[in-house]
Ligand binder design. Structure first.
Ligand code: AMP
Length: 224
């Protein structure tokens, strides 16, 4: 059961819109976990099992892994103790079937989504961001080879970990991920708008400005 007044957020938005960066900021600010299905799947794909191999192939093609698998992952994760004061869903749900399954799950476990934040960024900018993106292997901090360079090339400023380029951040895969976003994930904007949960934030602004806007939206919803 989630506690009264908990902050249960969904971050929507295309790949490269800054969901991961913003989720980490909110995690620090509110002390609630970021639940990134992408990060969980990246860990699973390293397992030397048939499932690990299947996940690897799907992720590298830019398609979505099965709804069944991600729903099971989220179902387990939301029932952990650290989620009882809130959480930030990053990269889930990704289509209407997952959103419907999430609704049913939340009802069963007595949780409610407090806000869905959509980070709006145009496609040219997303391609620019994703092709130059580098991620820390250890702490998942994001960098960009032009816009947010690390102080020392290839090394994370935060923890000294090694920076790498995600396999799915190659241009061909990026185009497929953006197509999947348009066809499958973008309909969730209407889905949550109809439920009066959606707020759109201009994701082209500086990351600190985006965080400040998100915090304002969360604050306003708490005062209602
Ligand atoms: P992300 O880190 O959120 O960009 O996700 C990277 C990849 O993981 C996606 O392109 C999908 O292949 C897979 N993935 C992440 N979240 C989901 C989800 N909710 N449903 C299906 N596949 C997902």
């Amino acid at each position: 059961m989630s506690k009264e007044g908990s902050t249960n957020l969904i971050l929507l938005g295309p790949p490269g819109s800054g969901k991961g960066t913003q989720a980490r900021k909110l995690m620090e600010k509110f002390g609630i976990p970021q639940i990134s299905t992408g990060d969980i799947l990246r860990a699973k794909k390293k397992e030397k099992s048939k499932l690990g191999q299947e996940i690897k192939e799907i992720m590298e093609s830019g398609r979505l892994v099965s709804d069944e698998l991600v729903i099971q992952i989220v179902e387990e994760r939301l029932q952990s103790d650290d989620c009882s004061y809130g959480y930030i869903l990053d990269g889930f749900p990704r289509n209407v079937a997952q959103a419907d399954a999430l609704d049913q799950l939340l009802e069963r476990i007595g949780h409610k989504i407090t806000q869905v934040l959509d980070l709006a960024v145009n496609e040219d900018e997303l391609v620019r961001r994703l092709t130059g993106r580098r991620v820390c292997r250890q702490c998942q901090q994001m960098f960009h080879i032009e816009f947010t360079k690390p102080k020392k090339a290839g090394i994370c400023d935060k923890c000294g970990g090694e920076l790498y380029q995600r396999d799915d951040d190659q241009e061909k895969t990026i185009r497929e991920r953006l197509r999947v976003y348009r066809d499958e994930t973008a309909p969730l904007i209407n889905y949550y708008s109809r439920k009066k949960l959606l707020k759109s934030v201009d994701g082209l602004q500086a990351p600190e400005t985006v965080t400040a806007e998100i915090l304002k939206v969360i604050e306003a919803s708490r005062q209602k």
